[in-house]
Design a protein around this ligand. Structure first.
Ligand SMILES: [Zn+2]
Length: 140
């Protein structure tokens, strides 16, 4: 995989990873920073309060926890054995709400991308996806 970052930028990023910014959202913000995109965080004016908002492009990114948002086919999304039906219902509601949010955003002309928590283990891959998603949009 081609490294899009310069040596210096890469070591800067890696040192920050080592320093323990393990929160998935912070990792994604590092990716965006590396790509030189500007964005807003947790825009309250939009449905679902998207984690990352690109107002100029009318695009948002949600960083979803695999368990809470039920990443399809992901090990981390497995339901607990205890209180199974409680969790099943609760998490199904989360999934429904997520779908409704994406729908609402689409209706008012916003595109949505979802980045799953487990995907942020491979930052190169995520970087690649984000670049594709924002293709044609110039960093500002
Ligand atoms: Zn996952």
């Amino acid at each position: 995989m081609l490294d899009i970052f310069t040596q210096e930028k890469r070591s800067q990023i890696m040192s920050r990873v080592r320093c323990g910014n393990t929160k998935p959202e912070l990792k994604l913000r590092q990716v965006l920073h590396g790509l030189k995109y500007r964005y807003r965080l947790h825009s309250k004016e939009l449905p679902g309060k998207p984690d990352i908002v690109f107002p100029k492009f009318r695009k948002v990114i949600f960083v979803n926890g695999c368990f809470w948002h039920q990443h399809p086919g992901c090990k981390k999304a497995a339901l607990p054995r205890t209180n199974h039906s409680y969790w099943e219902e609760k998490l199904a509601n989360n999934v429904k709400r997520d779908a409704a949010t994406i729908d609402k955003l689409a209706k008012i002309g916003w595109a949505t991308m979802v980045v799953w928590e487990c995907e942020l283990k491979n930052l190169d891959e995520v970087t690649h996806r984000v670049e594709k998603y924002l293709r044609g949009c110039q960093p500002t």
